[in-house]
Design a protein around this ligand. Structure first.
Ligand SMILES: Nc1ncnc2c1ncn2[C@@H]1O[C@H](COP(=O)(O)OP(=O)(O)OP(=O)(O)O)[C@@H](O)[C@H]1O
Length: 335
């Protein structure tokens, strides 16, 4: 078991009864102990994939093993060896924090003589020991999420699936959950995390997979993905963008300092991602100033995961992990 991958999905497909092809050809292996981030725009198929991996949906094509158990042939063994924190919390609001975890212990068959120690340990881990006797209905959103995460772990599963675990939480509550995920990952738990927050994936994940239209179109460590997007990002801020942005965009496009590289409009000005940004950024600046546009800010930076995500989900021509994203997008658009 320790040698095998935690998750091994090969050419997985999931077509819903109404014909929606939510997962089209997903191949993914996740080694034991990895903290894997699963990203994709709304509707890309993230939740559907998690449901397949956690046996809530049977794949309509391909094969999946989780903890070396086949999801179609051995769903029960898969379920016993995983923890799953769904998007909606499953805590019982009438029960106290301790009772919620106790209840989860009963469901997962934690031996009776181990329960008290396990519950105390988990209450400590998610920082709810002080309020263990309070009903969950008195908890904030962040506390409920932490309690939910604790209940997903009572049987000490080697793999935990977390579906957007921090959505809707304030930054402080989010940070506390991050600490908790890092802590259980350090203990050896494999984590499969979906998130809408790219900075969350950047900070926490060993590796990230980006899903588009039911297929993984890029994967790698956050640093690798940023490298593959290539070049630097040049952000230009202009005075009075509401009035001037279109003209600035036209001047920048016509000047074409970056050889046909698309120029994005932002709320405050223009943004260009190019390998030549550092060398030729000032040329564009001069062209804008010559055209009478007041530049109020000029910054050249390394790409962030947001840039990676936008580039990939826009279907731009980026070689990512051997996959030509534009070619993939064209195929999908003509389906
Ligand atoms: N029960 C269902 N029956 C038919 N189509 C569905 C069903 N559930 C989801 N879909 C469709 O499958 C596709 C993928 O949905 P899914 O919820 O997996 O995406 P997601 O990446 O998790 O999105 P989000 O970030 O919005 O949660 C979407 O087109 C969605 O409308």
């Amino acid at each position: 078991m320790s040698e095998a991958n935690a998750i091994d999905a090969q050419h997985v497909e999931l077509t819903y009864a109404d014909g929606t092809e939510a997962v089209t050809d997903l191949t993914l292996t996740i080694p034991n102990g990895e903290l894997f981030g699963f990203l994709g725009a709304n509707g890309a198929g993230k939740t559907t994939t998690i449901k397949v991996l956690t046996t809530l949906l049977e794949p309509t094509g391909g094969t999946v093993t989780v903890n070396s158990y086949d999801v179609a042939d051995e769903p029960r063994a898969v379920r016993e060896s995983i923890g799953y924190m769904a998007q909606e919390t499953s805590v019982d609001l009438e029960l106290t924090a301790r009772e919620n975890i106790q209840f989860a212990c009963e469901i997962y068959g934690v031996p009776a003589d181990e329960r008290t120690a396990r519950i105390d340990d988990l209450l400590d881990l998610v920082d709810l020991a002080d309020v263990a006797g309070k009903p969950a209905k008195e908890f904030s959103g962040g506390m409920k999420k932490r309690l939910d995460a604790a209940t997903a772990l009572v049987h000490e599963p080697p793999i935990v699936f977390l579906d957007e675990p921090t959505t809707g939480l304030d930054p402080k509550a989010r940070n506390r959950l991050w600490d908790y995920f890092e802590h259980i990952n350090e203990r050896g738990t494999t984590i499969f995390l979906t998130t809408q927050y790219l900075e969350e994936a950047d900070q926490l994940c060993d590796r990230i997979g980006v899903l588009r239209n039911g297929e993984i179109v890029a994967s790698g460590s956050p640093a690798e993905l940023k490298d593959r997007v290539g070049g630097a990002v040049l952000d230009i801020e202009i005075a009075d963008p509401e009035e001037t942005l279109e003209r600035a965009h036209r001047v920048a496009t016509e000047t074409d300092v970056f050889d046909g590289t698309p120029i994005d409009r932002t709320e405050t000005g223009l943004s260009i991602r190019s390998t030549a940004a550092r060398q030729q950024g000032t040329e564009l600046l001069a062209a804008l100033m010559d055209a009478g546009i007041t530049v109020t800010g000029f910054n050249i930076r390394d790409p962030t995961l947001d840039d990676v995500f936008l580039t990939i989900t826009d279907g731009n021509d980026v070689e990512v992990n051997g996959v030509d994203a534009e070619a993939t997008a064209t195929t999908e658009a003509t389906r």
